[in-house]
Ligand binder design. Sequence first.
Ligand code: IPM
Ligand code: MG
Length: 358
Amino acid sequence: MSTKKILVTPGDGIGPEVSEQAVQVLKNLAPRFGLQLELTEKPVGGAAYDLTGTPIPDETLEAARNSDAVLLGAVGGPKWESLDFSVRPERGLLKLRSELELYANLRPAVIYGDLVNASTLKPEVVDGADLMVVRELTGGIYFGQPRGVEVRNGERVGFNTLVYSESEIRRIAKVGFEIAMKRGKILTSVDKANVLESTELWREIVTEVGKDFPKVELSHMYADNAAMQIIRNPKQFDTMVTTNMFGDILSDAAAMMTGSLGMLPSASIGGNIGMYEPVHGSAPDISGQDKANPLAMILSVGMMLRYSFDLGEADEIVKQAVVKTLETYRTGDIMAEGKTLIGCQEMGERVLQFLEQE
Ligand code: IPM
Ligand code: MG
């Protein structure tokens, strides 16, 4: 048995509900793969702010640094929107990402089974689509300095900086190529090189890194075109590598292609400790009502087992159990005719049931 320390940070809104189900799945699978779990729970986001006055208490950061992997629910909500920027729930998440040096965020958008009918796009457009968005996560306009709001010439001016160093681009490009090598060997690098110098450099460096990966077919696409192409013909994509902000936007679009934001998991890697979280937010409109879809979070557990503990087989088992569950059961966001509508907790229980059979 090898012991794994997992920090669970449920966060806000539906975060705690979906985390609970994901933890059950993790507990179920761990012993089957020789893992002994040491689970710790700490607050992050608005929940942490309410308790301690900061969205990322030192205690949570410390626990994250001392863990083997972090499982995060979601952060944010209207309750904290009027707070000063420096203590908003989102700052907690961004701090975790940067402190743990999680510069690569993997967001796989896949259509699970007959969920093809839950997409707002035509079935023939999305059926078989399988896109991995590799998003840069610790740089770009999210972190660039200078930033702020100040008075200039008698009026307020808001500003942020889009900045990427060669080394930052090189390391995320490398992850993009490595992931593409394990998939369909087609990599689309998304930038806005026609307008932004920083992404002109991005394009140059990605091309350079590509020389070390001659088997990968590399192409470049402007971000606006990429947004259009995800909706027009998502099947043309295999692996996409892009900046922090373009990745944020395009991964939501890719998620929606699969039927619901409630289906998309993510893995943040690059440092010594991986962090796993659903792509969706805290969905305050449905929180506490047992309506949330826990599948993105459950699939994030699968990604943890694959990327942090090298248990790809366990990840496959999770995905199989999710596909089987979806054949009969649905939460509201992916409900379809002929299926049985259930809540968050029951969805978790159904997945567990199918896991036992895998
Ligand atoms: C995401 C979210 C976050 C982001 C927010 C909550 C800060 O939208 O993970 O996609 O913008 O990165
Ligand atoms: Mg987002």
